[in-house]
Design a binder for this molecule. Structure first.
Ligand SMILES: Nc1ncnc2c1ncn2[C@@H]1O[C@H](COP(=O)(O)OP(=O)(O)OP(=O)(O)O)[C@@H](O)[C@H]1O
Ligand SMILES: [Mg+2]
Length: 259
């Protein structure tokens, strides 16, 4: 068996332009294996672009993204890396079960996975309903179920809990925790800062830069806050003032010429 690298994802000098927007000029970070890494930050900061870069669908202008030991997007990663996009990407006129059977066939996942993932996202009662007839929260869980087919080693989940009630959100976080306990690496973006506290690791971004690469405990202790929203605002304010206290923040400040 091949020796596995310690990091599931290694990003070096990542430069991405989308249209005329310079989304990232030079990003560097690692994502450890078997952990839940949260990608947090204001709308437009680059969370989706980063996910796209990791799963290999984003055109990059420079730098490298290495995923599970190979360049992002390598064809062998098709089964090993899954991406749950921010917008639901399933067929509205097919039932949940039909969608999952279809995607299972495409990625070569066992047929028995269909029932398993439907159950894991709590949609067994709706399995024979068309996606068009589902509520928004149910529909987003169908895409999540698709991402879980074939038990991928890395799951990139872009805001998987948006629009879900607190009970369902807690259930899904338990599910993510279970997947990580089984060895999967999970990268999950969210706007909801209390979800940050459920991650093992946190990457906080602002305007295409990483302003903190930390842990939930580190986030709260570095800022002296007890509330994650307040902690994040503190980091943003520090970044705006160009007076960051973390090495990552200071490096970013140097890079954009403010230090
Ligand atoms: N096709 C595009 N052409 C030009 N700019 C783009 C394109 N797609 C994204 N952008 C810009 O890239 C930046 C990062 O966008 P991205 O979608 O990664 O942000 P995000 O953090 O996921 O935001 P949100 O929380 O709203 O989902 C934004 O400024 C956005 O306007
Ligand atoms: Mg996004």
């Amino acid at each position: 068996m091949n020796k596995l690298p310690a990091s599931a994802v290694e990003v070096r000098g990542l430069h991405v332009k989308r249209g005329t927007t310079e989304v990232f000029t030079s990003l560097d970070f690692d994502i450890p294996r078997g952990q839940i890494t949260g990608l947090m930050g204001p709308s437009g900061c680059g969370k989706t672009t980063l996910m796209r870069s990791i799963v290999g669908v984003q055109k990059v202008a420079g730098g490298t993204v290495t995923v599970l030991g190979d360049p992002a997007g390598t064809s062998t990663q098709r089964r090993r890396v899954a991406y749950d996009t921010q917008a639901a990407s399933v067929y509205g006129d097919l039932t949940i079960e039909q969608n999952l059977r279809y995607f299972a066939r495409i990625i070569g996942a066992p047929r028995s996975d269909v029932e398993r993932v439907i159950d894991q996202v709590g949609l067994s009662g709706q399995a024979r309903q068309t996606v068009d007839s589902l509520s928004g929260g149910q529909e987003s869980r169908v895409s999540l179920a698709v991402a879980m087919l074939g038990s991928p080693e890395l799951l990139a989940l872009d805001e998987p809990t948006v629009g879900l009630d607190p009970v369902l959100r807690a259930e899904l976080w338990d599910l993510f925790r279970g997947l990580a306990a089984d060895g999967a690496t999970i990268v999950v973006s969210s706007h909801v800062m209390d979800e940050a506290l459920r991650c093992d690791r946190l990457i906080l971004m602002r305007a295409g830069r990483i302003i903190a690469d930390t842990t939930p405990t580190g986030l709260l202790s570095d800022t002296g806050q007890t509330d994650p929203d307040a902690a994040f605002l503190t980091l943003i304010e520090r970044d705006v003032a160009g007076a960051g206290h973390t090495p990552t923040t200071r490096r970013a400040a140097r890079e954009d010429g403010s230090e």
